[in-house]
Design a binder for this molecule. Structure first.
Ligand code: NAP
Length: 345
């Protein structure tokens, strides 16, 4: 019972298996396709319901049924809203596919997002966890976003400072705004500097460009190399359902990293400006014996141990059981705590 009138476009009892890339079974009591801000405002009236905003479901685990209202973000549109001597300014609707936005900007001759090619998900989800890859993150190309403050129904503009970006993190996660759909991102504006510099330092990317014998790559060539690396290492969710990287790369104290290096000299360590050290979660999982290993209908992918895959017919409970088993073994072997990257509902 909702106790209030839901708008007509809200559907009931919607199957979830085809709505997330992990393809876990479940049902949502209510589901609304959101194509514009007015529709969002209309569902504000149903605020007694538990709510969650979903993009393409590429970073989401349903542990079972969702008793509440899922808002499927489908606000589209992408345009160049301005240009000056320094940069191009591109705005896109939150429901736009991320990779299609990257490809479109490159086709227009506006470089800057190429290292983020083929990251699954939507434009609106990108700032929430400040997606990043191969030495670039969304925060580096971000100007501002527009979000609907659900309690007041007002549109807010958040700039870079207000978003409080950090490593795979932002104010949306820090303040839980994404979990109760308190502030819903509707549009994002990017700033693509004209003084473009290629970012090719990451080993996998550099090796791919070497293989292609590209010494002075264009942005398009970098995107092509990123796509080639990702296709080689990561499973296609339409073939092997998965939610991308399943754990964050842990940031540990410098002293802890030093101690670990004594016992595990091969451990990849990346010092951070704040003195902490980033460890590669995939390496920790692999060296805890989980690469290519299954538990029930789920497993850790054989080509990249950081990716949890659904081998077919998995339930949400199995995903959670495997995640806990991996966390326990990494903790026991390395004393490091892994935290899941996807939202678990
Ligand atoms: P990888 O290239 O095997 O590297 C493993 C980890 O080591 C990465 O997480 C990366 O940190 C770090 N690393 C590697 N080379 C580095 C360097 N030169 N300087 C600093 N740190 C370095 O990683 P992967 O798992 O195959 O993923 C490829 C890229 O896609 C990574 O950048 C990863 O973060 C990114 N990715 C992002 C998301 C997301 O945004 N949610 C999901 C999946 C993968 P960084 O994480 O800082 O790059």
């Amino acid at each position: 019972m909702t106790g209030m009138q839901l708008p007509e476009f809200v559907q009931r009892d919607v199957e979830l298996a085809s709505r997330t890339t992990l393809a876990l079974p479940g049902k949502a009591t209510f589901w609304a396709e959101i194509s514009n801000v007015d529709q969002l405002r209309q569902v504000v009236g149903s605020s007694a319901l538990r709510r969650f905003v979903l993009g393409s479901g590429s970073n989401l685990v349903f542990s079972g049924d969702f008793d509440g209202l899922l808002l499927h973000m489908a606000i589209g549109g992408r345009e160049l809203i301005g240009e000056d001597d320094d940069a191009w300014y591109v705005r896109a609707g939150a429901g736009e596919n991320w990779h299609q936005l990257v490809s479109w900007t490159l086709e227009q001759g506006w470089p800057g997002l190429e290292n983020l090619a083929l990251i699954p998900g939507t434009v609106g989800a990108a700032p929430i966890q400040n997606i990043g890859a191969y030495g670039l993150e969304v925060a580096d190309r971000f100007l501002s976003l527009e979000a609907l403050d659900m309690p007041s129904g007002r549109l807010l503009r958040l700039d870079r400072t207000a978003c409080r970006f950090a490593y795979r993190d932002s104010v949306f996660k820090q303040q839980g705004w994404h979990l109760d759909a308190c502030r819903v991102i509707t549009r994002v504006t990017f700033r693509l500097p004209k003084a473009w510099q290629p970012l090719t330092a990451y080993t996998d990317l550099a090796a791919e460009l070497d293989r292609q014998q590209t010494t002075h790559p264009t942005a398009q060539e970098i995107a092509a190399a990123v796509i080639a690396v990702r296709r080689r290492k990561l499973p296609d969710p339409t073939v092997v359902p998965n939610a991308g990287s399943f754990f964050h790369n842990p940031l540990v104290d410098g002293v802890v990293a030093e101690r670990l290096r004594w016992t595990h000299p091969d451990l990849p360590c990346y010092p951070q400006p704040d003195g902490r050290v980033k460890l590669a979660a995939g390496w920790l999982i692999e060296h805890s014996g989980w690469k290519g290993r299954d538990l029930g209908c789920v497993g850790m992918y054989e080509k990249q141990a950081l990716v949890l895959v659904n081998r077919g017919g998995a339930q949400g409970a199995e995903v959670i059981a495997l995640a806990r088993a991996v966390q326990a073994d990494v903790r026991a072997r390395f004393g490091v705590e892994l935290t899941p990257e996807p939202v678990i509902l």
